[in-house]
Design a protein around this ligand. Structure first.
Ligand SMILES: [Zn+2]
Length: 205
């Protein structure tokens, strides 16, 4: 792609770093922004910088939050002895939308993926195990997508919890293998949480 302007080329380069944005799409987006009033581009840039510099992560569940303790963890009417393990905030949003779950979450920040260099220490697994050891948790529900990485992560955590007096369960798989949680419909997802099965049973299949 030949550019008549260095500034344009730089903007396209940056934009095309985003996932799913090729250089053609990047060019289209940049040209779109160029046509908009300057105030809009300033607002967009500012919101991204603010997000990056000011965002907090809940000290209990590691979900993205504006406060030290997120609204879910701070809500006294939630069942704090049940913890649902998810990959990221999209899963929390999907499960919250079902209105079927009243426990808390633990956001891992990803899944174990040796191919991409993601090991257990890059995720919030230690914090989950510490929480489990503290005795406040009675049940841990695994709700990662059932991909190879999801299964590996579940099993790794399951092994870490061995010997603790904690029930482990996994969401029932009305959701087909490999589906990401965020795409499952609310009814199916809600039902799969209500009808969760002991984690050990999922290992035999
Ligand atoms: Zn929280």
């Amino acid at each position: 792609m030949e550019f008549s302007s260095k500034l344009l080329e730089e903007a396209v380069n940056e934009m095309s770093q985003l996932p799913g944005i090729g250089r053609r799409t990047a060019l289209r987006l940049v040209l779109h922004l160029l046509k908009q009033p300057e105030s809009q581009t300033v607002a967009l840039s500012k919101s991204l910088v603010d997000l990056k510099t000011e965002v907090k992560f809940c000290k209990n569940c590691h979900n993205i939050s504006d406060t030290e303790l997120c609204e879910i963890c701070a809500n006294k009417s939630r069942q704090s002895e049940i913890v649902c393990v998810v990959e990221d905030i999209r899963d929390v949003m999907a499960i919250e939308n079902t209105s079927q779950y009243r426990g808390l979450y633990h956001v891992l920040g990803g899944k174990i993926n040796p191919m991409e260099g993601v090991g257990p220490s890059q995720l919030t697994i230690k914090s989950l195990v510490d929480k489990a050891r503290s005795g406040e948790v009675k049940e841990i529900i695994f709700a990662l997508s059932s991909t190879l990485e999801g299964d590996t992560t579940n099993f790794y955590i399951f092994k870490q919890l061995e010997g603790l007096d904690i029930r482990t369960s996994t969401i029932a798989r009305g959701i087909s293998v490999g589906d990401e949680l965020e795409y499952a419909d609310e009814v199916t997802l809600g039902r799969s949480i209500t009808n969760r099965i002991p984690f050990e049973n999922s290992l035999k299949s």
